[in-house]
Ligand binder design. Structure first.
Ligand SMILES: [Zn+2]
Length: 273
């Protein structure tokens, strides 16, 4: 998806941060506590077939544990979807969605591909299954918005995030910048590992570095997708731009940041070229 207009994130912010965590292990409890403490928000991609098993969170925890964060699909049983017949792919995604919605009482419209694996067959099924974005494990090490929401690319895994977080905060360009970090909470329990990113102190340092910045919008993947779709629906004529969506959109136009309410139009001083 291209966004050919000079937009800003909600409340006129030029930068946005999303954390994205998979598998619903019991370590999500500690990670959510950390995120909540620092005002950081995340998307949690869950396998309904594993919730309630040892070392996983239980279905009954969903409504309260992930309050303020996104609950999203990761398939029922975590198979490689590209190896399944079409009907089984449908069941893995749709049954996951139904279970997560039942347990959480909230709509569930995102997906992270198990093992990051997808192909054209999987991709083609997603719209009919009600999936509005699907996250890969591709790391671009940039702050650009993923061009294709069904092949959502990340900035990096959390083990590479410290340097990129500093670069992100220092970035003083003109374009919208998104830092999108993915990982698994259990990796932070990596005792006996020589990898300095595999412990909770590392994650707390990262959260401390990223929290509370006036220029950063803290959000979840699905909220960002909804917002960017609203930006995409802006109606540009030669002399005006109209917000056709049901949420406010912020534009950066001729050195000013302007909030455009649903249904509102703004007169353009110069025709859009
Ligand atoms: Zn996974």
């Amino acid at each position: 998806m291209n966004l050919p207009c000079p937009y800003r994130f909600p409340h006129g912010k030029r930068k946005a941060l999303v954390m994205s965590y998979d598998d619903g292990s019991e370590h999500d409890r500690r990670l959510v506590d950390l995120f909540n403490c620092y005002g950081i928000r995340a998307s949690f991609h869950l396998n309904s077939g594993r919730l309630g098993l040892p070392h996983h969170i239980s279905p009954g925890e969903l409504p309260s544990l992930y309050q303020g964060h996104e609950i999203s699909c990761h398939s029922v049983n975590h198979p490689d979807l590209t190896q399944l017949p079409e009907e089984a792919i449908r069941r893995e995604i749709l049954d996951d969605r139904h279970a997560l919605e039942d347990w959480s009482g909230r709509p569930v419209r995102g997906l992270a591909y198990p093992f990051g694996a997808y192909d054209d067959r999987v991709l083609a099924l997603l719209p009919e299954l009600g999936i509005d974005y699907a996250r890969t494990v591709i790391c671009t090490e940039t702050f650009q918005i993923s061009p294709d929401f069904l092949r959502w690319q990340t900035t990096c895994h959390h083990n590479r995030a410290m340097d990129l977080a500093e670069r992100f905060l220092q970035d003083n360009g003109m374009e919208p910048a998104l830092l999108y970090i993915w990982g698994h909470s259990y990796e932070l329990d990596g005792f006996m590992s020589g990898d300095p990113s595999k412990n909770w102190d590392y994650m707390e340092t990262l959260c401390r570095c990223l929290h509370g910045h006036e220029t950063v919008h803290y959000t979840t993947t699905i909220e960002l997708v909804d917002y960017l779709n609203a930006v995409r629906r802006l109606d540009w004529s030669a002399t005006t731009v109209t917000n056709k969506a049901s949420m406010a959109v912020w534009l950066h136009w001729q050195d000013n940041t302007v909030e455009l309410q649903p249904g509102a139009s703004m007169r353009l001083k110069h025709p859009q070229r």
